[in-house]
Ligand binder design. Structure first.
Ligand SMILES: Nc1ncnc2c1ncn2[C@@H]1O[C@H](COP(=O)(O)OP(=O)(O)OP(=O)(O)O)[C@@H](O)[C@H]1O
Ligand SMILES: [Mg+2]
Length: 488
């Protein structure tokens, strides 16, 4: 054992023999131990109240309470029970060593003392004592640590349900918030959708109002002009027959004069030559005939204009569809006949044997007008893409076919041999404001309004077209109106 340890260790020697005490004291003090001394058991017990040694050397045979008794007492006390006790006996004494060890002593040394042996035994037991102490300390520390951990674990366990509850509550709150967010988002989307629909309807209504206003003022203008021209033209037309009769009478009279007056007076002769009487007599009937043809043509035109406008007809009536088509063609005649920039467009009519069809004639004419005007636009546009040589070889054509499809359905097909349309254009054709024409040229309303008019008549309108293959619009409408309000 090193000197440092020896300094720290205190040894209590209990012996009634002063010689023994002295021998041990000297020996142990020399080895660096601190020494306490007691002369009997009671003295030792008393001293242990004040100071606790690391080891006790206890004589067995002593007056008063002997070593065994003293040891037994020390082992009962909490403060002293762990201090190792080594009994001291004389070789001559017959001592029950087993008894001493069973009481709690750790060893025996015998007198007379062998210094080396005494020191070796003391050091062994001190080391054991120190190790035991450390062990106890460690186990105490461990025990404490385990206790603390257990406590912490328990606290954690107690907290766990609370934490779980809080987490569940928070999750529920978050879920609810999320749901509310989703609901309000859906509401906003729905509102935006409705706004969009309302806006689209507003635009459509506005455009229809504009278009129908345009059509109605056009109709009124046409009807007004037709009406105003009608009277004077009838006046001319009605008198032409008389003019023809009178002319014939006068010419006959002239003939009679010539026959019965063989020598014509020179003045008459001169005048007849000046006015080229011979030619006049031949030409006058022809002139009257061509005036009649012209007046008849004007009457036809007036009839067509009236047909087209139909302003007076706000309700459904049985109508001759062919009249509507013809009057529309007549109004567009100027564009069809061609001019300096465009060659004429040939119109091929393949009219079937149609009954009168119950409809709003003015509106239906508006549809024909839109379709034929679109066809003319497309054909004129096509002209620009071709060389003049190509154009001479190519005959622009609009073909109009009508037929009865079944006992209550007629079809009107308007086809052109123009540029046709891509599938993409075909898809958007009936949408309001869809146009491929330059700004200011087309509004993109013609077909959407036409489609609505046909739907209102309980009919259908479709388009068949391909790029380079022309376009054909097919309208089918019932012969007798289905709605009770429209029937007779
Ligand atoms: N016969 C046709 N051939 C080729 N394209 C056509 C024909 N008819 C219609 N289209 C296409 O359909 C589009 C829409 O036609 P719609 O009549 O609705 O409007 P728009 O003619 O452009 O203008 P608006 O008629 O209002 O003046 C046209 O711009 C054109 O591209
Ligand atoms: Mg158009």
């Amino acid at each position: 054992m090193n000197s440092e340890n020896q300094e720290q260790n205190i040894i209590l020697i209990v012996d009634d023999n002063p010689t023994n005490l002295k021998v041990l004291f000297d020996c142990l003090a020399d080895s660096g131990f601190k020494i306490l001394v007691a002369q009997d058991g009671e003295d030792a017990i008393e001293q242990l109240e004040y100071a606790l040694p690391d080891l006790i050397l206890l004589d067995v045979m002593m007056p008063g309470i002997d070593g065994f008794e003293t040891c037994r007492y020390l082992k009962t006390k909490e403060t002293t029970k762990d201090i190792p006790v080594i009994f001291m006996t004389a070789l001559s004494e017959t001592v029950d060593k087993v008894k001493g060890l069973s009481i709690g002593a750790v060893d025996y040394i015998t007198k007379p003392f062998q210094h080396e042996e005494v020191l070796a035994r003391i050091n062994v037991h001190l080391r054991l004592r120190n190790l035991t102490k450390k062990l106890q300390e460690n186990s105490l520390r461990l025990e404490k640590e385990v206790k603390e951990r257990l406590k912490a674990q328990q606290e954690l366990l107690q907290l766990t349900p609370e934490l779980e509850k809080r987490a569940e509550e928070r999750t529920a709150e978050l879920q609810q918030a999320n749901q509310q967010l989703q609901q309000s988002e859906a509401r906003y989307r729905e509102q935006a959708k409705q706004l969009e629909i309302a806006f689209r309807q507003l635009k459509e209504t506005q455009s229809q109002l504009v278009q129908s206003e345009k059509m109605s003022s056009l109709g009124q203008l046409v009807a007004g002009v037709a009406h105003e021209i009608n009277n004077p033209v009838n006046f001319i037309y009605g008198n032409l027959a008389h003019a023809k009769q009178y002319t014939q009478d006068l010419l006959y009279l002239l003939d009679l004069y010539a026959k019965h007056t063989p020598s014509t007076p020179p003045e008459i002769q001169e005048y007849a030559e000046a006015i080229d009487l011979e030619f006049l007599v031949k030409d006058l009937p022809q002139l009257l005939a061509s005036m009649k043809i012209g007046a008849e043509r004007i009457r036809e035109i007036i009839q067509s204009l009236r047909n087209f406008s139909r302003v007076d007809e706000a309700e459904m009536k049985p109508v001759n569809i062919h009249e509507g088509l013809d009057s529309t063609l007549l109004i567009l005649h100027n564009r069809l006949k061609g001019g300096s920039n465009h060659s004429a467009i040939q119109v091929v009519k393949e009219y079937g044997d149609l009954p009168l069809v119950e409809c709003y004639a003015g509106q239906l004419n508006q549809v024909f007008m839109n379709l034929i005007a679109n066809a003319i636009d497309a054909l004129e546009e096509y002209d620009k893409e071709r060389t003049s040589q190509d154009n001479q070889a190519y005959c622009k054509q609009i073909r109009i076919r009508t037929q009865v499809v079944d006992d209550n359905l007629v079809s009107i097909r308007i086809a052109d041999n123009g540029p046709g349309m891509t599938a993409d254009v075909c898809q958007h054709l009936f949408e309001p404001f869809f146009t491929t024409k330059p700004v200011g040229k087309g509004t993109g309303l013609g077909l959407s309004i036409s489609h609505q008019i046909i739907s209102k008549h309980g009919g259908q309108m479709q388009c068949i077209s391909d790029v380079g293959k022309g376009a054909e619009f097919i309208i089918t409408i019932p012969i007798r109106a289905r709605s009770p309000q429209l029937a007779h």
